[in-house]
Design a protein. Structure first.
Length: 76
């Protein structure tokens, strides 16, 4: 299975409103992405907590519709 970048972006924006998102499809297969997310929601949180927010937004999609995700979070 695969996930379009628009679906990935919509899930992140729903969970982290107002975030700025840059997505790159690393393999051209809608299954391996790199994502950079800038948000106030990350302020004061550890890197692990920031990534937990992102993976929580993906619900059950990670490992099912989405195989690999490289995440970079930036607090604004």
């Amino acid at each position: 299975m695969s996930m379009k970048s628009t679906e990935l972006e919509a899930l992140i924006k729903k969970a982290i409103p107002g975030s700025e998102i840059e997505i790159k499809d690393l393999a051209g297969d809608d299954n391996h992405y790199s994502i950079v997310i800038k948000s106030d929601a990350f302020r004061g949180k550890t890197r692990i907590e920031q990534h937990q927010i992102v993976y929580g937004a993906l619900e059950e999609k990670m490992g099912n519709k989405l195989h690999a995700l490289q995440v970079k979070t930036i607090s604004t």
